[in-house]
Write a protein that binds this ligand. Structure first.
Ligand code: WT7
Length: 642
């Protein structure tokens, strides 16, 4: 790996936002708690995480907090036994949360279903019983190809409850991807739906399933359980296909919870594939549960009265950790929305916030920028005064979108938590807390117990302000247990790039206050005349221009400078009146970037686009833009993900 260069701290953000006194008074983690937690975590990280583990119920306590004898195959809470479903569900039935709403679901057409913890518990038990009757046992894989509907949450928990491993395939994936994943995991059962609503259309999932299963290996997906959601006419193949509701009808609302070892797998989840072939990441019952619970309670500052609206599909890690497990582990109420965020118009999400009184709204930069393009009149139409926290995850948000979201959704009162983490980390790692001083565009500091740093290729910390590789220096409970079937890949991808440290694959810098600024993926960094420039920085400079709503930047080979930048820009409609033509607009953007970042960042070309290529989870596919630009095959880039 090449060392990072000298061009750093290009765009220095000066604005800071301080928490309101009431936020500090009411926070679960107040300044003195944070100071105490930080001190404990620094002095004795294992004691810190042990304390976090004690917030949950275990069938048997651990023999040690961490077994690092086979590093980097770290094992958290060895000897401990329990089940995440016990903590997410069973224990609420014996607590005051029993009759509290666990889940509020809204269909795209406006239909609504609500489940208390007790109701969810009964439904999960019935599916757990049905899966057992189908022969699913501990360690078996259950593949989920489901849209955002209540049964999706039920299916995840039912699999967990009987000790099976859920392998979620996002419902937007193709038959080919579904087939590969069913084959790879040799799923005993596939749980899916007839269809669902998205963007005003009925999407028929079952036809995709039929196509996928046509070429599937004979010992996989012998049974397909189909949730009736759309009522569409589907082709039922006897005896393989069974309706979910028929299956559950005779089942008991009670089912035993399998007692699992802490490092028994809970789920496999493929990475998004933004910068490489998707990898199947494994998370387990123990450490992941501690990480999800602890961060949701402290970072999202969850209170009994909270209603958490997570816009991520349950099929991504954000949906797994902060749409399902985190909220249920803490006894919160979570909102799940089935449909398109702009359907029937751009106030749909604000309208959901208003109607259910959501208190926390966790979204993605892609979504925020999309809403921004439609304008503030949409959030303004709705009463968003119940909100008390905002969150973002998945890509660099950038200062402009940060300010817009803060102002128009949070009325400049709600702390905006830009949380940095990954499928692999399982839990938020670097993020502000509600009591933090916020800097627009920064993901804040590492959370207590997380030893994050910015280093050079040899693993030495670089000085504040300088760019480098983001690493995690100590294991953390939510960390992946490994990559399925690829122990060597786990070691080489995450632990050998920078010897002995967890390499996240991102580049970042840290400022004098310890705040992290994400600069993009390491394999997408530009090298202009020996200066290494993160894509995120050039993109943030571009989106700070009032006529740019989104931007993607790639490097192009250049004889003299090594590389120069090319930008793909989704313009704000107003540019047409403001500029004579696209060339004039492009010239303005080139000088804007020069003004913002200095003359080193040479922006060779600007191309206007209506859309940018994205992964299914919404991340910009810069690899594809680059391959197209260089006339290279894009085969293998989208193929893994379409
Ligand atoms: C990659 C992980 C974890 C939930 C969703 C993404 C990028 C994530 C941020 C952020 C800048 C971010 C990183 C990371 N990323 N959060 N707040 N600011 N970049 O999970 O699909 O596994 O992707 O997303 O590049 O490595 P994922």
């Amino acid at each position: 790996m090449t060392p990072t260069g000298t061009l750093d701290a290009l765009l220095v953000e000066q604005r800071v936002f301080r928490p309101a006194p009431a936020t500090i008074i009411e926070a679960n983690v107040k300044p003195h708690d944070l100071a105490e937690a930080t001190a404990l975590a620094a002095a004795d990280p294992l004691a810190y995480w042990e304390k976090a583990a004690l917030e949950l119920e275990w069938h048997r306590k651990w023999d040690a907090v961490l077994d690092d004898s086979d590093a980097p195959f770290y094992r958290w809470f060895p000897g401990a036994q329990g089940n995440i479903a016990h903590n997410a569900l069973d224990r609420h039935v014996h607590a005051w949360t029993k009759n509290k709403l666990a889940l509020i679901w809204e269909g795209e057409a406006g239909d609504c279903r609500k489940f208390t913890y007790f109701e969810l518990y009964r439904e999960v038990n019935r599916l757990a019983g049905a899966l057992r009757a189908l022969g699913v046992t501990r360690g078996d894989r259950v593949c989920l190809y489901l849209p955002p509907i209540p049964e999706t949450v039920v299916a995840m928990l039912a699999a967990a409850k009987i000790g099976a491993v859920h392998v979620f395939v996002f419902a937007g994936m193709s038959a080919k991807v579904l087939r590969e994943r069913i084959n790879d995991c040799r799923a005993k059962v596939l749980i899916t739906a007839d269809g669902f609503y998205r963007g005003g259309r009925l999407i028929n999932l079952k036809t995709v399933v039929d196509e996928a299963l046509a070429g599937v290996r004979s010992d996989a997906a012998e049974t397909v359980v189909i949730v009736r959601r759309s009522g569409d006419d589907i082709d039922m193949q006897e005896p393989r296909d069974l309706y979910y509701h028929d299956l559950l009808r005779q089942e008991s609302p009670e089912a035993a919870t399998e007692i699992m070892e802490a490092d028994d797998p809970l789920f496999w989840l493929h990475t998004s594939g933004a910068s490489g072939k998707p990898k199947a990441v494994i998370h387990g019952h123990g450490g992941y549960m501690v990480g999800a619970h602890h961060t949701f309670r402290t970072v999202f500052d969850i209170k009994p009265t909270d209603i958490h609206f997570c816009t991520a599909d349950p099929g991504w890690i954000t949906g797994h950790t902060y749409g399902v497990y985190g909220p249920l582990l803490t006894g919160a109420t979570v909102i799940l929305y089935e449909g398109h965020p702009l359907y029937p118009q751009a106030d749909r999400l604000p309208s959901i916030i208003e109607r259910y009184g959501a208190t926390i709204f966790y979204a993605t930069p892609t979504l925020i920028r999309m809403l921004m393009r439609y304008g503030p009149q949409y959030p303004k139409k709705r009463d968003l005064s119940t909100l008390r926290l905002l969150g973002s995850v998945g890509e660099p948000l950038g200062a402009e979108a940060w300010m817009w979201f803060y102002k128009h959704f949070g009325e400049s009162k709600c702390p905006l938590l830009d949380t940095w983490w990954q499928t692999e980390t399982g839990m938020a790692m670097i993020s502000p807390m509600p009591i933090s001083v916020l800097k627009p565009g920064s993901v804040g500091k590492a959370l207590p117990g997380i030893d994050a740093d910015v280093v050079d290729a040899a693993g030495h910390s670089v000085p504040p302000g300088q760019g480098g590789f983001l690493v995690i220096k100590k294991p953390w409970p939510g960390m992946l247990l490994g990559l399925e079937g690829d122990a060597a890949g786990y070691v080489s991808t995450y632990w050998e790039q920078i010897p002995g440290l967890y390499f996240a694959g991102d580049v970042a810098r840290r400022d004098e206050d310890g705040y992290f600024w994400m600069q993009g993926r390491a394999d997408e960094v530009l090298n202009i005349a020996g200066h290494r420039v993160g894509t995120a920085e050039v993109e943030a400079a571009l989106t700070s221009h009032r006529f740019v709503s989104e931007a993607a930047v790639i490097g192009l080979p250049d004889k003299i400078k090594g590389e120069v930048a090319k930008a793909f820009v989704i313009p704000d409609p107003g540019w047409v009146e403001a500029f004579a033509d696209a060339d004039a607009f492009g010239a303005e953007l080139r000088s804007h970037v020069r003004r913002e970042l200095g003359p080193i960042v040479v922006l060779r070309a600007v191309e206007l686009r209506d859309t940018l290529p994205r992964t299914r989870s919404g991340k910009i596919l810069r690899r594809q833009l680059r391959a197209e630009e260089l006339g290279e095959g894009v085969e293998g880039i989208t193929a893994t993900d379409d």
